[in-house]
Design a protein around this ligand. Sequence first.
Ligand code: BES
Ligand code: ZN
Length: 625
Amino acid sequence: MPTTPSLPDSIVPAPLPHPATLPLLDPHSYAGQSARRVRHLRLQLAVDFGQRTLAGTATWLLADAPAGPAPAQTAELILDTRGLQIEGVHLGETAGGPAAAYHLDPADPVLGQALRIEVPTGTAAVCVAYRTVPEAAALQWLSPAQTAGAHPFLFTQSQATLARTWLPCPDSPGVRFTYEAAVEVLGTERGQLLALMSAENPQATAPDGRYQFRMAQPIPAYLLALAVGRLDFAPLSERTGIYAEPATLPQASYEFADLEQMVATAEQLYGAYRWERYGLLVLPASFPFGGMENPHLTFVTPTILAGDRSLTSLVAHELAHSWSGNLVTNATWNDFWLNEGFTVYFERRIMERLYGSSYADMLQVLGEAGLRETIVELGENSPATHLRLHLAGRDPDEGLNDIAYEKGCLLLLTLERLVGRPRLDVFIKEYFARFSFQSMTTDTFVAYLTKQLLDPTPGLAERLHLAAWIDGPGLPVNAPVAHSARFDAVDAALVQLAAGAAPADLQPTTTEWSSHEWVHFLQGLPATLTAADLGALDAAFHFTASGNAEILAAWFPLALRAGYGAADAALENFLRHVGRRKFLVPLYRALLATPGGQARAQRIYKEARPNYHSVATGTIDALLK
Ligand code: BES
Ligand code: ZN
């Protein structure tokens, strides 16, 4: 096992921007203009499945007011809210304290309403009593039928700007705080439902439905998370384990058996895991993302339970965020590539160490193929293809795309090629250590990179073309192109097929293929295939019956395009159960492109929509309107 290079003495920490100036940069939070800053959250919530509400108090312990020449009598604390019912605001740590003067600004559809609280000098805490509305965008309330079991389920999805829909908070990635929470599950089923958060978590259900949480590390609001459901725990190692519905837990424990090794590998690469325990929560299929890096407890979709451990790079990805994102955090959503680009690079480094470079090469080639497609979709010259985004005035959720992930990763691969892996690894490890628990703007990153690597290396700046990567469109001329030896065999099979071979003739080569080879195969099939051609492929390789969501998601668009009706039932079943937006968008698009597809898509969507989280319905509503 290679060892991590030690840090050379020449690394001098770059000066930090003044922390108080950071939130002002965030165009998606009103809290940046707040005169008082928060430092700790005490959350107390009752979870009511009958009403579909969270109700309680959010108490914010305040940082000392900045010392001015003539301190004012009061200063304003500004919190972000969206759709919350504010029931009262009190000075001090409890709802029993004196009433505070406050008001809510008019609502912006994306940003919500600034909650402006007048805080007299000397006040150390403010307590907001509130409740959520049943439609709160971060929350998905599932009926028992929408889970793998017989109990209701609740989960949150706060990134990018939805934390404010379930608690009043400074909802900017540039503002951090520690937290503790007391959560009480109401109702007759309370004794059977486990509550979990992005914090130190219980491992067993409490008969009285009461849970306490503590998050000792300062985090931004988008990493606040809560889930409540009939969940069991299975430990995988001292510090890792899995939470899942009982019906899913055995399969999940098998699928993620390498979890401890993943954490250990990540630590060998870039330094200690700073969040104590690492757990995975396998959610019901309606979870709108593949994964969400909630600290202490990554949330994952059950669609990565393939039965053969083939889709675990997604776990490596969310784990990698424990460094890139959760330790060093994008200061605003314009800097999203700093979270995701580093994470994709780190994810593939973990996978390479665990499963070899031939495995990681497949992931890289698939990633680059997706990137090229995204660039074509967005337009070669579109500013949406820049690493640095300009999302002011827009819903960040609509402006965040593949570019941050794959173009960001390619920038790091370019650097790797230019300075060599050992030096890049030293740089990245030092970057995570130096900026732990801080936010990072693109400008600060560029300044740091310049000082640490570009300035000391003659000719590097000229060869890197950093400006073209950060503020230029598409792919810079020096972007590397990955090659996968394992995909060469797939390409050879595709050539045989094009030359008239029967699908069954390919079989000796295909027996050892992983889902990645199959996805590459499906992506390489010509657009001209007929329904009969697909029938022959299906008979040989059983795509329609595949239990692998990535294979299905690559297969269904082919079936739709060719009018291969034998896949219809499986497609509709998939759309009714799976709420992962990355799959839904291309599938509904492919449906729309078929004759009569509009009506068919509407019919399926009408039935499936109640299964989708608001971030998915937001996108699909717009697609089908
Ligand atoms: N943090 C993201 C998910 C996210 C991004 C939520 C932006 C809301 C706004 C997470 O780490 C992620 O990238 N998930 C990917 C999986 C990954 C392997 C590319 C997903 O969900 O598909
Ligand atoms: Zn990510």
